[in-house]
Design a protein around this ligand. Structure first.
Ligand code: PRP
Ligand code: URA
Length: 210
């Protein structure tokens, strides 16, 4: 598993505003979208391309185009939905599948409550969106789901992660082609499984309390 932590002042600035408890949902949503677009630039560095012949107004030449099958973007509901627009802005030809997961706040175990994905993901490059990688349970289950359907490689974009979750994911995805692109690696998990310093509950901050 490869882990890439973005190191850019714009990303750190936007994350700082996002973390601030006084930042309300409309700004939180806009910043999430902007951050994902910045992280998507890094996450798509190895997107598969093929050579194409084109005519410019001046001459014939060759260029690169994103190859078939199209990449699949998978936001993990609910909070990952807040990352979708920022991703498809950069990768407009991608297909989008959905996974609904919720973590039991007592046991910290994730359950899947919705799934709308192609049955066969053979040869597909997948990009998973989930803002928070805490224990790694939700992302680990999502990644396993995609590999079980035949995905060849999975890149996850997360705004924040805890070292404990990264370590758990490393074990769970051993031997798989997995890349994690992060806005920041935080310090630790607290006793309730929240990322410290973190930003609180990403789903609630995007969409309100449920
Ligand atoms: C949050 C977050 C991740 C998960 C991370 O979702 O968006 O999916 O928790 O925690 P983990 O790494 O310990 O699994 P949550 O279950 O709160 O659902 P929501 O997106 O509907 O708010
Ligand atoms: N899920 C969140 O939304 N925030 C955390 O800090 C941990 C899990």
């Amino acid at each position: 598993m490869r882990v890439h932590v973005a190191d850019h002042p714009l990303i750190t600035h936007k994350l700082t505003v996002l973390r601030d408890r006084t930042t309300h949902s409309p700004v939180f949503r806009a910043l999430t979208e902007e951050l994902v677009t910045l992280l998507a630039y890094e996450a798509t560095r190895n997107v598969r391309t093929e050579t194409v012949d084109i005519e410019t107004p001046v001459t014939s030449t060759t260029g690169l185009a994103i190859s078939q099958p199209r990449p699949l973007v998978v936001p993990i509901l609910r909070a990952g939905l807040g990352m979708l627009e920022g991703m498809v802005k950069l990768l407009p030809t991608a297909e989008v599948g959905f996974l609904g997961m919720v973590r039991n706040e007592e046991t910290l175990e994730p359950t899947t409550y919705a799934e709308r994905l192609p049955d066969d993901l053979s040869d597909r490059q997948c990009f998973v969106l989930d803002p928070m990688l805490a224990t790694g349970g939700s992302l680990g289950a999502a990644i396993e789901f995609l590999f079980d359907r035949g995905a060849v490689d999975v890149t996850a974009i997360c705004l924040l992660a805890a070292p404990e979750g990264i370590a758990a994911l490393e074990k769970a995805t051993e031997g798989r082609d997995v890349t994690i692109v992060l806005g920041a690696m935080d310090e630790r998990l607290d006793e309730n499984g929240y990322i410290v310093p973190g930003l609180g509950d990403a789903g609630d901050r995007l969409y309100g309390l449920v």
